[in-house]
Design a protein around this ligand. Structure first.
Ligand SMILES: Nc1ncnc2c1ncn2[C@@H]1O[C@H](COP(=O)(O)OP(=O)(O)OP(=O)(O)O)[C@@H](O)[C@H]1O
Ligand SMILES: [Mg+2]
Length: 340
């Protein structure tokens, strides 16, 4: 796409042709008898003048043709003055009508060129922003790989080295350490997936119920709080699109993590059901509760939760108050089929 503004140099070829035509029409006019009307050909001069891309030149040529039409009256031979004057008045009308149309055409062409220029600028700005975003993501990926991932590797190795021999270690401590190492491995795998960018898994998405069951089992590290999943029968066969499954998993993981970290609850229950194309996920705990309006400022978890629900076009509600436990309710559209 190239919509640069035409320069004076672009006007020269059309201007030369227009002036040549004007001189030619004038000579023809001077040589033909008065009763004839070759001056009407001046309209062609104005048509050619459009390609000078210069409205001032078009106006000047219109005045030149007007002057030449009047001057032709002096040079042409014959005695039919009445007819000649009538012809010239008609010619002048034709000249100025053509000039006005040419000027209107040029003005709309200028506007179009301007719109085109603005669009080109917008496209190049957007392209630059996109390139910047891609570069930023690549830089972030590099940093995550070289910094955070290496720290996690080191933490994993240290943890491995720290595990006492099975005989000298209480079983629950060994279990906790193994569980933590598993979590670390999972975190590193997630980071590697993020760095590599989005990919469609070969075998399709696991059903949301299965993924949630795994998640709840993985999050249940200790006896307090004890996590349970209450899944509506049939939901273990429902697969959601990858993005939606990821959102749901992140939301439930964050709610359970908050429950484990902040609630001092004895129980955490995840209930999932689907009704009329709406997936409803509820996470309840019997802990100390909190004031949701104050809490949003403290961390990122609840804000991320709300952003994810919004992205899915759903509704998030948090019911909690000090001493009353917490109930997080997520309702999102879910039009997926049940797989056999
Ligand atoms: N189930 C819960 N029981 C009690 N308090 C909670 C619960 N969930 C959240 N909170 C309170 O809400 C606050 C904000 O939670 P949020 O998840 O946004 O941040 P965070 O967990 O503190 O940090 P981050 O999630 O960013 O690591 C918590 O600090 C905590 O005080
Ligand atoms: Mg949190």
């Amino acid at each position: 796409m190239n919509s640069r503004t035409p320069s004076t140099r672009d006007s020269l070829p059309a201007l030369s042709i227009a002036l040549g035509l004007a001189v030619g029409v004038f000579i023809l006019d001077a040589m033909t008898p008065l009763g004839m009307a070759p001056q009407m050909l001046y309209a062609v001069v104005l048509l050619v003048s459009v390609w000078t891309y210069n409205r001032r030149i078009v106006k000047l040529l219109a005045w030149l043709c007007t002057a030449l039409t009047a001057a032709g009256l002096i040079f042409a031979s014959g005695t039919q003055y009445e007819t000649a004057i009538f012809n010239r008045v008609v010619s002048l009308s034709l000249i100025w009508l053509t000039a006005v149309l040419a000027l209107l055409y040029m003005r709309s062409e200028e506007r179009l060129r301007q719109v085109n220029l603005n669009l080109e600028q917008l496209v190049s700005e957007r392209t630059a922003a996109l390139i910047q975003a891609v570069e930023q993501r690549e830089r972030l990926g590099r940093d995550l790989h070289d910094d955070i991932l290496q720290l996690l590797y080191a933490a994993g190795l240290n943890l491995k080295a720290a595990v006492p021999p099975v005989t000298r270690c209480p079983p629950d401590v060994a279990g906790q350490i193994r569980h933590t190492m598993g979590e670390l491995e999972l975190a590193m795998q997630r980071l590697r997936e993020y760095i590599a960018g989005p990919r469609i898994p070969a075998g399709g998405e696991p059903p949301v119920g299965v993924a949630l069951a795994n998640l709840v089992q993985n999050m249940a590290v200790s006896d307090r709080p004890r996590f349970n999943l209450n899944l509506q029968p049939g939901l273990s066969a429902v697969s959601l699109p990858r993005a939606q499954t990821e959102h749901v998993m992140h939301i439930v993981r964050e709610a359970l993590s908050n429950c484990a970290r902040h609630s001092r609850a004895t129980q955490g229950l995840v209930t999932v059901q689907r009704d009329n194309g709406v997936l409803q996920i509820e996470i309840n705990d019997d802990g100390i509760g909190f004031d949701p309006d104050d809490a949003r400022r403290d961390g990122h978890g609840l804000a991320n939760m709300s952003a994810r629900v919004e992205e899915m076009g759903g509704i998030l509600s948090i019911a909690s108050s000090p001493g009353q436990g917490t109930r997080i309710m997520v309702r999102v559209p879910c039009a997926e089929e049940v797989r056999p």
